[in-house]
Design a protein around this ligand. Structure first.
Ligand code: SF4
Ligand code: SF4
Length: 543
């Protein structure tokens, strides 16, 4: 087998990509990613066994987050940047080892490889399948994928100057634990839930970072048509990149549009002052193949999800930054203070044709918990009178699979006395439907990006308090979550940690859950897949 990866929902046959990723990841890239993760485990072991003080490890802490983030599905396709990152992390690792007291260390903390061939040879021996027991592998990988999502959120928060070292400490502990052959399955299950606990912490941290820097999200109408100016499309999740791009392009005659997960940026007061922040263009990440063609202008990726472009014309308009990368596309690096120079992108935009309109009108979002809780009395009253029978958390990721049409139909067929709470790019499956209102409360409340699932959890916890009930599962809230990649894994683990039961996860259950591990999650938490739309609605409404 050339490669093995089963970290995302689109994994081949639902079991694993073995020759080339459905996402476009090639064998050598997959191996370099495996080796980078293995190197991080070695660093973590030195930190934990050596009892190193992580407040002395600023740069390494930061680079561990970046390394994990780079390996998220669709974030970085550039082999050269992985080789460079492995070399950098090996150098950090070796320096740390010298500083750590003499302890017996795992191979991950000591191996050497001084050429590309040696790196690839080593990678072939330390990938996912190196853990032979299927259930241990399943639990270890669930933890690793949760850590990748956690690292992504921690990096965004760090970019805004917010950091919580206990989160970094947990990342070291959990990475090191995946090398520990003595841990029992029960201990690994406990660690999986602890990953969820830190998932809640990191999402709270990012929420605080976003709100303190950009203000509380507001209910906002976002235009989806185009204006008659040259334009740049920005996608991904990093709001500090957007902030810098907006500042640098102000007064240039170039408009800025969001794509995919960047849409919720429009909800923040800090960005509303920019007249050239023109609207949202298109839909979820996977529609980029067609939507980037008609956009015509440059595209800036701040995070995943990148789909390998089909034409040289589109590739020549793509720029990456942060943890993203694509071969042949310019990568904008930050200087030591975090500043990035986007002038090349702005200059290119002026030379390219204007965006072609693909739709018109607007969509509405910005229902973060601060906004929803301002309506709390109205909502509780509507629940008490029966005007609202149920809330559906219909959130998470979108993807290419045809079976995801389920979510559009599900939203359409829900009874009119239900309200949908959403976050993440799953929203594009139903955010352009006219779902109406209940007594002035819109039936679709979009909280924001996938990390804003935290907002949905805060809403649930507050409703529990207002309704004076003890168990979050007694609330009239059903969870039907769509997943795609590893940020969805940390969101799921966070919800499990908060005690949410009976989550339906689709469109398919993760291939990395072995049958016994899936069984434990079903028994302990009622976690299950989706069925037919009518059966699922009947089941949810009957609960
Ligand atoms: S990220 Fe997903 S599609 Fe890509 S190689 Fe891994 S499992 Fe396959
Ligand atoms: S919600 Fe998930 S799949 Fe969608 S853009 Fe965000 S990270 Fe990617």
């Amino acid at each position: 087998m050339g490669m093995f990866c089963y970290q995302c929902q689109e994994t081949a046959r639902g079991t694993g990509c073995t020759t080339r990723g459905v996402c476009g990841k090639k064998e050598e890239l997959a191996k370099l990613q495996d080796l980078l993760i293995y190197t991080l485990k070695g660093i973590a072991e030195i930190v934990i066994k050596g009892a190193l003080e992580i407040d002395q490890l600023d740069e390494i802490n930061e680079q561990v987050l970046s390394s994990l983030f780079m390996t998220i599905t669709n974030a970085n396709f550039d082999e050269a940047s992985f080789e460079k990152q492995i070399e950098k992390m090996l150098a950090f690792r070796d320096r740390l080892r010298e500083a750590a007291p003499a302890v017996e260390l795992h191979d991950a903390a000591t191996f050497t490889a001084d050429s590309r061939e040696a790196l690839l040879e080593k990678a072939a021996a330390v990938g996912v399948l190196a853990t032979e027991n299927e259930d241990v592998r399943s639990l270890r990988e669930t933890i690793i994928y949760g850590l990748k999502g956690m690292a992504a959120y921690a990096e965004h928060a760090k970019n805004i100057g917010k950091e919580e070292l206990p989160i970094n400490q947990f990342i070291y502990e959990a990475l090191a634990a995946t090398l520990n052959e003595t841990l029992s399955a029960d201990e690994l299950v406990a660690l999986t839930l602890k990953t969820g606990e830190y998932g809640v912490r990191v999402m709270a941290l990012l929420d605080e970072a976003h709100r303190s820097r950009f203000g509380d999200p507001e209910i906002t109408k976002v235009g989806i048509g185009v204006r008659q100016n040259p334009a740049i499309l920005i996608t991904g999740h990093d709001l500090t990149d957007l902030e810098q791009l907006l500042k640098q392009s102000e007064g240039s005659g170039v408009d800025i549009y969001t794509h995919g997960e960047m849409l919720p940026a429009h909800y923040y007061p800090a960005f509303k002052k920019y007249d050239h922040f023109a609207g949202n263009y298109g839909n979820a990440w996977w529609k980029q193949l067609e939507e980037f063609v008609s956009f015509n202008g440059p595209i800036l990726f701040t995070t995943n999800c990148i789909v390998p472009p089909r034409s040289e014309e589109v590739r020549a308009r793509i720029f990456t930054t942060g943890s993203t990368g694509y071969p042949g596309c310019p990568h904008i690096e930050a200087d030591a203070g975090g500043a990035k120079d986007f002038s090349e992108i702005i200059a290119l935009a002026k030379t390219l044709p204007l965006p072609e309109e693909i739709e018109s009108g607007h969509i509405v979002g910005g229902f973060a918990y601060t906004q929803v809780l301002a309506l709390a009395d109205q909502i509780v009253e509507a629940v008490k009178t029966g005007a609202i029978k149920k809330f559906f958390v219909l959130a998470g990721c979108d993807g290419r699979m045809k079976s995801r049409a389920y979510y559009t139909e599900f939203a359409k067929r829900l009874p009119r006395d239900t309200v949908i709470l959403t976050a993440g790019c799953a929203k594009y499956r139903y955010n352009k439907l006219d779902l109406g209102e209940i007594g002035g409360i819109p039936r679709l409340l979009d909280a924001g990006q996938c990390n804003d699932c935290y907002s949905l959890a805060v809403i649930a916890l507050k409703l529990k308090e207002l309704c004076e009930i003890d168990d979050i599962n007694e609330l009239p809230i059903a969870y039907n979550i769509a997943w795609y990649e590893q940020k969805a894994v940390i969101v799921l683990l966070a919800l499990l940690y908060l005690g949410v039961k009976d989550i339906h996860l689709g469109p398919t259950l993760p291939g990395f859950l072995s049958p016994p591990v899936a069984g434990v999650l079903a028994d302990k938490f009622g976690l299950t897949g989706i069925g037919t739309i009518d059966e699922d609605i009947a089941l949810f409404m009957g609960r």
